[in-house]
Design a binder for this molecule. Structure first.
Ligand SMILES: [Zn+2]
Length: 291
């Protein structure tokens, strides 16, 4: 048994709590960015009765649960999207800490978490409005830079790694850009910028894998919609949700999938880029430790 397991679980729990608090802020962004409202000075208020909300009404996750999903003042139902976004953000922060950062307190944690939250907000906003706010891809890029700083601190400067990230910036975004030119705007500029930022975070190999995976997820979604609507396919489909899901999967297991694939082809080891290297092994060893 790992003698650091209890402290690590303790940190993971705090990372989860931090995640649900940030999730609460993400809900504010999700509602206010598309409306162009200021999200720092306006007080929180109930969407139906406009009553001002106080700290006791705004405890992430718990307020919604204890109020039974209703406004304390007017009893109107509060969208389940609030607790869902908070819970997802909290759980994913803890999983990123555990699996992507190897349950070690690294600065990369902040980078990956910032990128995850920005992808989550981009997903919900793109789903509702077909737009991706610029602030979201910029946040992913800042997250990517933080993961690069972590790499510099732990491994020292390696030109190869930097080049891998710079190529990553242009790889998937370049393909999407070409698609946009060919289809005359069938691909949004927001998706292109989002994938450029993800490419700097993941490196070119993993981001290309994410692009392929995102395309597959998007295709499955279209098939599902076609079956559900009896042959009718929606004319415009937001791509950010599919891409973001793929990027998050690749954040965890992208390097594993590429190594597995290269080993299958008999090609040598790839450089471990973002410490997600041993994710699968870690999942098993931590499960074994828990038992
Ligand atoms: Zn109310």
């Amino acid at each position: 048994m790992d003698y650091l397991l209890i402290p690590k679980l303790f940190i993971a729990f705090f990372v989860f709590l931090f995640g649900i608090c940030i999730g609460s802020f993400l809900n504010v962004l999700i509602y206010r960015i598309p409306k162009g409202e200021n999200f720092t000075t306006t007080n929180s208020h109930c969407m139906s009765c406009n009553h001002r909300l106080y700290a006791k009404d705004l405890v992430p996750l718990f307020s919604w649960i204890f109020l039974g999903g209703k406004c304390r003042y007017c009893n109107a139902k509060i969208s389940a999207q609030y607790p869902i976004v908070e819970a997802i953000n909290g759980i994913m922060y803890a999983l990123i800490f555990w699996f992507v950062c190897g349950a070690e307190p690294r600065i990369a944690l902040f980078g990956y978490c910032a990128a995850f939250s920005a992808l989550l907000v981009a997903t919900v906003i793109d789903w509702r409005t077909m737009e991706i706010p610029d602030s979201m891809w910029i946040t992913v890029l800042i997250g990517g830079v933080i993961t690069y700083i972590d790499e510099l601190v732990s491994e020292g400067f390696d030109l190869h790694c930097l080049i891998e990230r710079i190529i990553g910036f242009f790889a998937a975004s370049g393909i999407l850009f070409l698609l946009a030119v060919i289809t005359k705007g069938g691909m949004g500029g927001g998706d292109i910028k989002l994938m450029a930022a993800c490419g700097f975070m993941l490196g070119w190999k993993v981001v290309l894998l994410a692009l392929v995976m995102g395309g597959l997820i998007g295709t499955l979604y279209l098939i599902f919609m076609a079956i559900k609507n009896k042959g009718k396919v929606p004319r415009k489909v937001p791509f950010a949700p599919h891409l973001s899901l793929a990027v998050v999967i690749c954040m965890f297991v992208g390097t594993n999938i590429i190594e597995w694939y290269l080993a299958l082809c008999g090609i040598a080891h790839v450089h471990n880029h973002n410490h997600a290297h041993d994710t699968a092994a870690m999942i098993f060893s931590s499960l074994a430790n828990l038992i």
